[in-house]
Write a protein that binds this ligand. Structure first.
Ligand code: URA
Length: 187
């Protein structure tokens, strides 16, 4: 399956009840040739309305976080665990995550990143390990098959608790070091 076919099929998805309340599927955006894949939790209201990931307040903070290490959205790809908005911004249910994960798996196969950055606990628990503890394990690299994976605090968590920002600043430096060491291209 190529990227355009995958996108076309994903935009029609009715695999879970979230399709009934969505405005747009948020397929993901950025550079599909990137070696760096960021994965959030699921669309919020602004993302549902626009079809683009991380365009609300948390998205603006994500942009600032990327700027700290000289990255921007054109250099990475950004996707989510679930591609349709959970009503009222609740956490996506395990069965919704499971129904949606094959889209992300197919995207990951096509992008073939070297580094995967999970944004927040939900993404890390789904992709790194079910008992992931974000307060203890943010900024730590995990090897999973072909990928090196780490989690950062979700930007929405950093908006709620600015006290966590210095830790995230340090984690971003760890990410930058890995990018410089491991990626073939310069970012
Ligand atoms: N939060 C997420 O996890 N993903 C988005 O796309 C927006 C907010």
């Amino acid at each position: 399956m190529n990227w355009e076919q995958l996108r076309h099929d994903c935009l029609q998805c009715t695999k879970c009840p979230l399709h009934e309340t969505r405005t747009n599927v948020v397929f993901g955006s950025g550079n599909i040739g990137s070696e760096i894949l960021f994965i959030g939790e699921g669309p919020g209201q602004q993302e549902d309305l626009t079809g683009e990931p991380f365009v609300g307040r948390a998205g603006k903070l994500l942009d600032d976080m990327l700027t700290v290490i000289d990255l921007d959205r054109s250099k990475i790809f950004i996707a989510n665990i679930v591609k349709c908005r959970p009503p009222g911004n609740r956490d996506p249910l395990p069965q919704e995550q499971e129904a949606c994960i094959d889209w992300l798996r197919a995207q990951t196969r096509l992008i073939s990143p070297k580094l995967i950055v999970c944004l927040g606990r939900i993404s890390a628990m789904k992709l790194i390990k079910p008992d992931f503890k974000i307060t203890k394990e943010h900024g730590v690299w995990f090897e999973k098959g072909k990928f090196r994976m780490m989690a950062l605090y979700h930007p929405a968590a950093l908006l709620r608790d600015p006290g966590k920002r210095p830790e995230t600043f340090a984690d971003l430096k760890v990410l930058r070091r890995a990018i410089d060491e491991i990626c073939d291209k310069t970012y």
